[in-house]
Design a protein around this ligand. Structure first.
Ligand SMILES: [Zn+2]
Length: 439
């Protein structure tokens, strides 16, 4: 071998040698004697082994039907239940924390409580981009983070203090993640700037007419971004968004505007729909559900947020908003619309002092509402928080079910969640990306 070829080999191999610790395959792990609830809505399966390799689920099979790979770490899960990692499909991380130092314990509490991924539905993308980098590379004990760039009509930015805070330092309505859009906007450029933030999707929030919703959605999809909208975008109504081909629509109570005689141009009234006179099974709403099923549009119901808000600020909400929201979500489910699980807060329950780091994530409460008020079985509620929430994030290929090839994001429970949905709270341990989270 010539000196130069030796040198060449040495040089070529060096980056790999240096990189080895990071790329070293995770030791494979076998979770045996588990009862598996796989997230697809299928019934639970007892006496199963889940084989994990390199952060992925390698195989799922009946106990003892295959030989254990050499050197695999075996964990006997007799009497335990395994569900996919829970995904909170609607959080706002950056509005919730007063300073940066609080994110680490906050995110760790979410992971410890079974949440392995979150969809952040609008905030400061400078911070979200940083947190997502840390979380998604497992440098931080945290759920993986996916986030949006928000688009809305110009009037929204003057009205909404949250948008002003989340884009502080940038001209109002011109931050790439908080953009004001009107008929004169260069849409290909606006969408490209939004994409440059690292966002997975555009969020169409408010004060946009139907034709703009359609144009923005087409351009976003052309550039490979998802489109996630409020169910009513004022004046665009739910069916306008669904017909435009958006991927998910948020907030069950805003469906009331589908059957309203007129939808105002401004989002200020969004929670003040006429829940007394518009029945949840109004023909227009049922037609909407048929269209959603046909298009595969996911409903991001976010019930818990309205239950809490109706208690705190009843006068800011239309009378009857909570029972109406339960009823319409139940109907959506009956009509075959996929419903995800999102909590529309920090992901943790909060009190006057802020997020409660010792509490379990709110995703458990939202699942319970689906079962107790909207006709979901526990297995269906788990499917909503896993397979459907993963689909809502555009992550179906990677996450959401316990199947070969998916990321090994799992929650191991000490009690059967198919008997009682409250049992998703009884967590033995959490696996994210093939690693056991050690609190
Ligand atoms: Zn939200």
């Amino acid at each position: 071998m010539s000196t130069s070829s030796v040198l060449k080999r040495l040089v070529l191999s060096m980056p790999f040698a240096l990189a080895l610790p990071a790329f070293a395959a995770e030791p494979s792990m076998l979770l045996t004697h588990a009862t598996v609830i796989d997230g697809t809505g299928a019934p639970e399966q007892a006496n199963m082994t889940v084989a994990i390799e390199g952060g992925r689920i390698a195989a799922v099979y009946p106990d003892g039907s295959r030989a254990a790979p050499k050197g695999a770490q075996v964990k006997d899960l007799s009497g335990r239940y395994v569900i996919p990692g829970l995904i909170d499909a609607h959080v706002h991380l950056t509005g919730a924390e007063p300073d940066f130092a609080h994110y680490q314990p906050h995110l760790a509490a979410l992971l410890r409580g079974g949440v392995t991924a979150v969809r952040d539905m609008a905030g400061d993308d400078r911070l979200l981009g940083y947190l997502a980098g840390e979380a998604n590379s497992d440098a931080l004990a945290s759920p993986d983070i996916f986030y949006v760039a928000l688009l809305a009509g110009p009037s929204f930015f003057a009205e909404d203090v949250r948008a002003q805070e989340a884009s502080a330092g940038e001209p109002l309505g011109h931050a790439p993640w908080m953009q004001a859009i009107d008929q004169t906007t260069n849409l290909p450029l606006a969408v490209a700037e939004a994409k440059g933030t690292g966002a997975t999707a555009l969020k169409l929030y408010a004060n946009l007419p139907t034709d703009l919703v359609a144009k923005i959605t087409a351009e976003a999809h052309r550039q490979g971004l998802k489109v996630w909208t409020h169910a009513t975008i004022f004046p665009a109504k739910p069916s306008d968004a669904v017909d435009a081909g958006v991927d998910t629509i948020s907030h069950s109570p805003y469906l009331v505007w589908e059957a309203a005689p007129k939808v105002p141009d401004d989002y200020g009234v969004r929670a003040l729909g006429d829940f007394t006179h518009v029945p949840p099974d109004a023909p227009a709403i049922l037609a909407l559900f048929k269209a959603m099923k046909q298009h595969g549009t996911i409903l991001d119901a976010t019930l818990l947020a309205f239950v809490e808000e109706a208690q705190r600020h009843p006068h800011d909400m239309g009378a009857g908003i909570v029972p109406w929201s339960y009823a319409v979500t139940r109907l959506a489910h009956q009509y075959g619309v996929r419903v995800d699980v999102g909590t529309d807060g920090s992901g943790l329950p909060a009190d006057a002092q802020g997020p409660r780091l010792n509490a379990l994530p709110a995703v458990h409460d939202e699942m319970t509402l689906l079962v107790e008020h909207c006709g979901f079985t526990p297995v269906e509620a788990i499917q909503s928080a896993t397979e459907v929430s993963a689909a809502a994030m555009g992550q179906s290929a990677q996450r959401g079910t316990i199947a070969p090839g998916k990321r090994a994001d799992l929650v191991v429970l000490t009690a059967d969640p198919t008997r009682d949905i409250h049992n998703t709270r009884k967590i033995a341990f959490v696996v994210k990306n093939g690693r056991i989270d050690k609190p």
